[in-house]
Design a protein around this ligand. Structure first.
Ligand SMILES: [Zn+2]
Ligand SMILES: [Zn+2]
Length: 249
């Protein structure tokens, strides 16, 4: 094939320049692009010679391929995108730049850090919640009012995943709740009065709407504590009978 038979577009030429031939050094075994950055070029023979520049006493900075980036921790060459590197946004930097550590290394580091400092982080979290209680509850309220049903659904899911946890929490903080509502007794009753005033037949409607659910729930409860209820009713009817007999005398 004669040279003249080949026509290369500019884009193809650029592509070839960006994807150089790779050459393995016969001394250290590492592969580098066959360019003057890594190998000496012998003009008289018109070729790149072995071994690499570093093995000949020179130092060079290994550059990543076009569109790639080295992670400074694991040293692997990854695509220079936000999928592999987190975008960092310092204050004095307008557009931000990609982090020098890849995402999986960051993840690894965060995991290790949180494991090694678990107790301290737990304590810091507690302090944060205590110091920002008002902000946190305001934010939660806002989120709740945006979509109450989704919130309830999440709570239900959590309760299903952690059976008995809600009850346990209540048992552990019983006194707190008692004190809380005791201090807000009048507030609560006023609120309830107002609430039900605006919603006549609230309870009747609720029972009508939740009839089937209540039925199945009661049944479930009875089935789970069958022996207990049997004993309970037995005792109940016994005492009632005795009271009746006594009253007859
Ligand atoms: Zn070498
Ligand atoms: Zn990495």
């Amino acid at each position: 094939m004669k040279q003249a038979d080949i026509t290369i577009t500019l884009a193809e030429e650029e592509f070839i320049a960006e994807h150089p031939i790779w050459k393995t050094c016969n001394k250290c075994g590492r592969s580098f692009p066959q360019t003057k950055q890594y190998f000496y070029f012998r003009k008289d023979k018109n070729l790149f010679v072995h071994p690499c520049k570093e093995c000949r006493g020179q130092t060079f900075k290994i550059l990543p391929r076009e569109g790639y980036k080295f992670c400074s921790t694991c040293k692997s060459e990854l695509p220079k995108t936000e999928e592999y590197f987190r975008l960092v946004h310092p204050k004095d930097h307008k557009n931000g730049y990609l982090c020098s550590v890849c995402r999986s290394c960051r993840k690894e580091y965060a995991k290790k850090y949180s494991e090694e400092n678990a107790d301290r982080l737990k304590m810091l979290g507690k302090i944060y919640v205590r110091e920002h209680r008002k902000e946190i509850s305001a934010k939660q309220k806002e989120r709740y009012h945006k979509n109450p049903e989704a919130f309830r659904e999440r709570m239900r899911k959590w309760a299903k995943k952690n059976p008995g946890k809600n009850h346990e929490y209540y048992e552990n903080n019983k006194q707190y709740y008692k004190d809380y509502w005791a201090a807000r007794k009048e507030e609560k009753s006023a609120y309830q009065k107002e609430y039900f005033k605006n919603r006549p037949n609230y309870h009747r409607n609720w029972y009508a709407a939740n009839k089937e659910r209540m039925k199945s729930k009661n049944k479930e409860r009875y089935e789970s504590k069958k022996e207990y209820y049997k004993e309970y009713y037995k005792k109940y009817y016994q005492t009632r009978k005795e009271n009746k007999e006594n009253s007859c005398i």
